[in-house]
Design a protein around this ligand. Structure first.
Ligand code: PLP
Length: 693
């Protein structure tokens, strides 16, 4: 990739007069504060940020012409083989020099993709406002005042110029472009034919040889980018354009970029500036193959992801870097229960991030108490200990149980035992994998802490037999998730609760995956009327945006913790608290527990109706479902890869199980579509001769 050469041009001379630094001339500096230049570094690109080219004081038109002359010269120095000038405006009048300067360096005119709400193709003779920012395109094509049409460098070839996104123009400029043969994709056409089709066509026209892209931020819908000088309703939605422009600046023929007309004074929330930053990043994004290679080279190989590179998510849909859409039937193992980028959660995140995020628990914040109170009210437990990951919530529970066992139950120090279940999954810390029965999770990681043992899952008698006077707690998942969506026999949890009570043993439920509505009850233990002594929550508590977990219990257990016993720098931070609080409110406001129950029944019926010979078993509760695949046909991994090819993302576990855990907010139509795609995929495997035959 070429070296980027950022050139800020803080110019507001194109529009009506404004006080110095009060218009789009303030844009470049604001963008730099927002990390505009740093984007290139994080993408692994070489970049230089050059001194700003500032206008001289004086008559507006004369100052502008003088600036354009210098800009032309400077761009000509910065352009050329192995270099990509990135001109950061200022208003769009500067484009009159940028693209002459690039042609000047190349000794030929580049093609140009002009992305803008306006045509910018007036001349001094046709402009109603007399503002030079309405003229640069005409000037680049050789029409207008000689002081700007006569800048060094060739005029553009109209056949290789495309205007994209226009929706506001004077009759004269439209007819000038028409006469010259410039292709204009107005918003009405883009809306009618689709942005993808139009942009693809536009690029064919401009990108046959060297080409550049100039973007006026007013091309976007003003609701998304209010910080522009001339907002025009009916603009392009940013996510749609950004998805299409991905990696475009890495095109071997791309010779320059220009982003203009960010006026921070019209956008106190900096939305336009952040969008400009996203736009630059999108234009520069590496190819998926490169990203994959970087991951393989610089990342530890502790995962084997499906071969999909995701770039965007919204609700129950995910899009990969190439723009293919997938139904997310996994929701990050239930962490995305409210769908991707849920607007309420994103709003809570954004506003809190601007206010206060992390202070550590060395101080109180005005957010955490709200979460503690709400979580306590909603779950009916006295107290909450906030952490980050699910594993930390479980570690917290183990520590609580050990200290309770010693201090309250009177078990000798260091003799406390905790019982777990075979096939469990509670996370990956040393203590937790000490309780795991999965050989791969343990091998090579010992020694493990003593005092941990397992009994068969679903066997209450085995639990009772394993309890000794030193047993402090029984840790159990109401449904084993990672273990293969295993639902224990009816009455199991109830029997366990009675046994625990009888022996003064704490019942601790790991509801990191099953909690917060996933199974059609707030907590899965409720299906059996069981109220554990302590509950671990995680995943969905972070609203799919942050890691937020908690251990919740009544005072009789939680009182074992005193200041200094346990904690985490990030646990309970203000940002996490604000998001978790909103997540809990969403759960209630949108009646998602009930929805999970209803949609879960629908999903289960739909899967049963498939009557596929590949399916050996379908199990689960609410929207936590496992499909056991007959390995004679295919492995669960093979099916998951085929499902991805059909636009459905799921995940295999234990070789034979496909798990389905869509967002609780998934639309019924999307769920139906997922079922259709699952059916099609399974049918493709049906013709396979079972391997055992
Ligand atoms: N407990 C259960 C039941 C889980 O399913 C998981 C993760 O899948 C965890 C704990 C660990 O959570 P985390 O990965 O956030 O540490």
């Amino acid at each position: 990739m070429k070296t980027l050469h950022f050139l800020p041009v803080p110019c507001a001379l194109g529009g009506p007069p404004v006080a110095h630094g009060q218009g789009s001339d303030a844009g470049p500096e604001h963008l730099q504060h927002l990390g505009f230049g740093a984007v290139s570094r994080s993408l692994g690109l070489r970049a230089e940020w050059h001194h700003a080219l500032t206008p001289l004081q004086g008559d507006r038109w004369a100052s502008l012409c003088e600036l354009l002359l210098r800009l032309d010269q400077r761009v000509a120095e910065l352009a050329g083989p192995g270099r990509l000038p990135v001109i950061v405006g200022g208003d769009h009048s500067i484009a009159a020099a940028t693209w002459r300067g690039i042609g000047h360096a190349l000794h030929r005119a580049p093609g140009l993709l002009w992305i803008d709400a306006h045509l910018d193709a007036n001349t001094p003779a046709t402009t109603p406002s007399d503002n030079p920012h309405g003229m640069p395109l005409a000037a680049l094509l050789g029409h207008g005042d000689p002081s700007i049409t006569g800048l060094p460098g060739p005029a553009l070839d109209p056949q290789r110029v495309v205007v994209f996104g226009a929706r506001s123009w004077e009759r004269d400029e439209h007819s000038l472009l028409g006469r010259l043969g410039v292709r204009v994709y107005a918003m009405a056409e883009i809306e009618q034919r689709g942005l993808h089709t139009c942009l693809h066509e536009a690029l064919q026209r401009v990108a046959g040889g060297d080409f550049g892209i100039t973007i006026d931020m007013d091309v976007f819908e003003p609701g998304e980018a209010p910080g522009v000088d001339c907002p025009q309703p009916g603009g392009i939605q940013s996510r749609v354009l950004l998805a299409e422009l991905r990696g475009m600046a890495r095109h071997p023929h791309c010779v320059g970029l220009e982003i203009t007309e960010y006026n921070p004074h019209r956008d106190s929330a900096c939305r336009t500036g952040r969008l400009a930053r996203d736009l630059l990043e999108t234009l520069l994004l590496p190819e998926s193959a490169d990203l994959r290679q970087w991951e393989a080279e610089h990342g530890a190989h502790n995962y084997a992801p499906l071969p999909v590179m995701l770039a965007r998510g919204e609700g129950s849909w995910l899009w990969d870097a190439e723009g293919r859409a997938y139904i997310d039937m996994m929701s990050a193992y239930s962490a995305v229960s409210f769908g991707h980028s849920n607007p309420r959660l994103v709003a809570a995140l954004e506003s809190q991030a601007r206010r206060l995020a992390v202070t550590s628990r060395a101080y109180h914040t005005d957010r955490l108490p709200l979460l503690l109170k709400r979580l306590s009210e909603i779950t009916g437990y006295d107290q909450v200990l906030p952490m980050n990951s699910g594993a930390e919530a479980v570690e917290t529970a183990l520590k609580a149980a050990r200290k309770w066992g010693h201090q309250i139950k009177g078990i000798a120090e260091d003799q406390v035992e905790i019982i777990g279940c075979a096939g469990n999954f509670h996370g990956r810390t040393i203590a937790i994998i000490g309780l795991s029965t999965e050989p791969q999770y343990r091998k090579g990681f010992g020694p493990f802490p003593p005092g941990l043992k397992c009994v068969p899952y679903g066997d209450a008698a085995a639990l009772e037999a394993a309890i000794t006077p030193n047993t402090a707690a029984f840790l159990v998942e109401p449904i084993q998730g990672e273990g293969g969506i295993l639902v224990p026999p009816a009455g199991y949890l109830k029997a366990c609760a009675e046994i625990c009570k009888k022996h003064d043993v704490l019942l601790i439920a790991d509801e990191v995956q099953t909690g917060l509505g996933r199974t059609g009850a707030l907590l899965a233990c409720e299906h059996e009327g069981v109220r554990p002594d302590g509950v671990c929550l995680g995943k969905a508590l972070g609203g799919g945006l942050l890691p937020v977990s908690a251990f919740i219990a009544d005072r009789r257990l939680m009182r074992v913790f005193t200041p200094g016993d346990h904690g985490s720098t990030f646990g309970g931070n203000a940002l996490a608290a604000a998001v978790a609080l909103e997540a809990l409110d969403l759960l209630v406001d949108e009646n998602l527990v009930e929805r999970a129950k209803r949609l879960g029944e629908h999903l289960m019926r739909g899967l049963n109706d498939l009557k596929s010979p590949l399916i050996r078993d379908i199990r689960g509760r609410g929207l936590l479902t496992g499909i056991e695949i007959d390995p004679a046909y295919a492995s669960a991994r093979e099916i998951c890869e085929a499902l991805a090819a059909h636009g459905v993302l799921t995940k295999d576990t234990h070789g034979t199980v496909i798990r389905l855990a869509p967002a609780l907010t998934i639309g019924e139509d999307v769920l139906e579509l997922a079922l259709e795609r699952i059916a099609e995929t399974l049918q493709e495997f049906e013709h396979r001769v079972p391997r055992r035959a």
